[in-house]
Write a protein of this length. Structure first.
Length: 144
């Protein structure tokens, strides 16, 4: 029961794509997979989601992967929304079968709806305040 890692992996990927583009090099799923520390298949699955959301474009063959927008025009919320499981996905899901005959099980979902909704909104508002450029600038400061 862990929170999905697709979002941080997608941010990692897009950050590295930006650096590779600035060096006039070609980003590939193999290069991204090596940096992320995962299989290229996982990278390609996330690339598909980012492409469908209009955040990256890919070119056939060894032509590579490119950011569609400037780093400052892509928020972390844009990336989060691109890779979440579906449009209605939330940060937290309820367990499937709370016992309705139990006084807690019968009421827990309703009791938790407002706090979890507010947590979701707060997270999204926070992610909207940061751009891909902010992540790149942080890394630049740490490495230069």
């Amino acid at each position: 029961m862990r929170i999905n890692t697709k979002f941080p992996v997608a941010v990692h990927m897009m950050t590295l794509i930006s650096y590779i583009q600035k060096m006039d090099k070609t980003a590939t799923s193999e290069i991204l997979a090596k940096s992320v520390g995962t299989n290229p298949v996982v990278i390609r699955q996330i690339m598909s989601l980012l492409r469908k959301s209009g955040l990256i474009e890919t070119r056939n063959g060894a032509s590579g992967i490119y950011l569609v927008k400037k780093e400052e025009d892509t928020t972390l919320l844009d990336i989060y929304k691109a890779v979440r499981d579906n449009e209605n996905a939330t940060l937290f899901d309820f367990h499937a079968n709370p016992n309705p005959a139990c006084f807690v099980g019968g009421n827990i979902k309703e009791a938790m709806e407002k706090p979890l909704y507010e947590a979701q909104i707060a997270m999204e508002q926070s992610l909207a305040q940061y751009s891909l450029k902010d992540i790149i600038e942080y890394i630049d400061k740490k490495t230069h």
